[in-house]
Design a protein around this ligand. Structure first.
Ligand code: ADP
Ligand code: GN1
Ligand code: MG
Length: 360
């Protein structure tokens, strides 16, 4: 968040505040309990999300829809989805200027996120969480959604962006990453399979989250169950294969996304099995044969796509992803490519696991 912004001043523009009620049975003083709900304040990254109006309209519509469904099904409608807190003049965000656009959500209490170490139980629950999210949104009118980032998971266009970055070589780094560039381009042949399937109408367009990192689910602190899917900026029309694959890109790796000791970076098929079982327990019946057949490939695809995005950003001089050290994006790209190679050797096994998960 930009330092010069006065956060309290910004919060004053939102409908938040303390609630008081009479408390206890005292005979002398007037005693009130002051409840101060907690909130999340976020500055929207407007260099990436250029249209906050459309972005927040998506989030408002999707969360309102989820809340109604949860109410209808007797679910936890207060904690089971994000709640946008309006501004005092009834808007969904507060704009100071083009770079400083803020929103507030109710804080979902009693939850935890999973950042690195994860058990098969966590992955099963994450699968249930993302699967349930998609199941609830299955009849959301997809045409109502704005495309908040155009062609976000259009892998062939991502490859085109990489080729352009190589040609332009803005940061003068292309010569030093020949091996990574070769790996990326050698694997380009299968990278269009999902986009092509969607264009040809073989793969259904669904409401998808598009950024299913495992830390974008809040888990109930006590039960460990997936409770609330967050980070809804990229909810758009897409393929469920994006969400399935992206979740396992992080969830199935034995190491962090920027681990540099590549022998530590492997794809854990047990993580895949657990996530697939959870996800399919919610979505198994809704998926087409083609979607089911592509589940193993989706993990390789989303890992590959993320790898080329990191490599492209490295070549462009690190303008998109936040970096915390020199060559951070290159480390991330190498890490993802190692994972791609590992997944490629396991696709047969993963397909077998999908079959077993479907049989129960
Ligand atoms: P980013 O797009 O930067 O990943 P997120 O929306 O995922 O931002 O939020 C970052 C972190 O903040 C989450 O991983 C979660 O730990 C926490 N968080 C976000 N929204 C809420 C909320 N409504 N209630 C509780 N925690 C939240
Ligand atoms: C970004 O914002 P965050 O950390 O959840 C990115 C994802 C990438 C991910 C790689 C809007 O996600 O697409 O997969 O980094 N989000 C956007 O870690 O570009
Ligand atoms: Mg997030």
């Amino acid at each position: 968040m930009s330092r010069e912004m006065n956060r309290n001043e910004i919060l004053g523009h939102f409908q938040i505040g303390a609630v008081t009620e009479g408390y206890g049975n005292g005979h002398i003083n007037d005693t009130y309990l002051v409840t101060m709900p907690r909130y999340i304040l976020q500055r929207i990254n407007t260099s990436i999300f250029r249209n906050p109006e459309e972005l927040m309209e998506n989030i408002e519509n999707v969360t309102a829809f989820l809340r109604e469904k949860l109410k209808r099904d007797g679910g936890d409608f207060e904690r089971g989805t994000l709640t946008v807190v309006p501004t005092v003049d009834g808007r969904r965000y507060y704009k100071v200027d083009d770079e400083n656009v803020f929103r507030v959500y109710r804080f979902v209490e009693g939850t935890k996120t999973i950042e690195s170490s994860k058990t098969p139980e966590d992955l099963y629950e994450a699968g249930v969480g993302f699967g349930h999210f998609q199941k609830l949104l299955a009849d959301f009118p997809v045409e109502k959604l704005h495309e908040t980032i155009k062609d976000f998971h259009h892998t062939p266009k991502r490859i085109e962006a990489l080729r352009q970055a190589i040609r332009e070589d803005k940061a003068g780094r292309a010569g030093s990453v020949r091996a990574e560039i070769d790996f990326a381009l050698e694997n380009a042949s299968w990278a269009g399979s999902v986009v092509q399937g969607m264009e040809e109408g073989r793969i259904p367009v669904r409401v998808t989250h598009n950024d299913t990192k495992i830390n974008n689910i809040l888990f109930d602190q006590d039960t460990g169950k997936a409770l609330c899917v967050i980070d809804l900026d990229t909810v758009m029309p897409g393929s469920m294969l994006y969400d399935f694959g992206d979740a396992l890109r992080i969830g199935g790796s034995t190491a962090a996304e920027d681990e540099v000791e590549l022998e530590k970076v492997q794809f854990d098929e047990r993580a895949f099995e657990a996530f697939a079982r959870g996800y399919l327990s919610e979505m198994g019946e809704a998926l087409t044969e083609e979607e089911l057949a592509l589940l193993p490939l989706s993990v390789k695809l989303m890992t590959y796509e993320c790898g080329i995005r990191f490599l492209t950003d490295y070549l462009n001089g690190d303008t998109y992803f936040k970096i915390h050290r020199e060559h951070h994006n290159l480390d991330r790209a190498r890490n993802q490519f190692k994972l791609v190679a590992d997944i490629a050797g396991k696709e047969g096994l993963l397909a077998q696991m999908v079959g077993e998960a479907l049989r129960g």
